[in-house]
Write a protein of this length. Sequence first.
Length: 190
Amino acid sequence: MLIERINKQDKCFAALLDPDKADLHAMLEGNHLPDLFFVGGSFVSNHKQDELCRNLKKASDTPVVLFPGDPTHISNHADAILFLSLISGRNAEFLIGKHVIAATMLKRSTLKILPTGYMLIDAGKPTSASYISHTQPIPYDKIDLAVATALAAEMLGMKYIFLDTGSGAQKPVSLEMIQTVSEQVSLPVL
């Protein structure tokens, strides 16, 4: 399965689909499906995860992994969930608070739980993720701070690192930051 491939740190292509905006037909039209679908986002105004996950599973064999912005963004129609802890911020609600709320629901679910250190990186303007979480992202050029944060996540027992600039960002996470973090931690970097 793809989770084993990620754990071996093989490169793969993932598409993040916002349940409120995803055009499933357009996504599935081509012959070039991603290796993995992430479903979710930091601001999802209605809960269409179930419908989108169910339709993705019907239409393809591509694994579906939830990318929840809130404990209510859970669907048993997915294969796994990124159990995101916003380690780049200092808001306790996104470090552990929302996890406590979701833990009982997730324990009863069939989802594979992927403990993930989520690092928000500044990319020139505020994003939904920084606004919703009330956190300040890691400065774009502070690679040493990103490395230290990822190392702390590894030492805390997280299994994955997710580097993100958030939706609507002016630029992606720098290749230099991705490479340096990947070299310094033994965890898969998503």
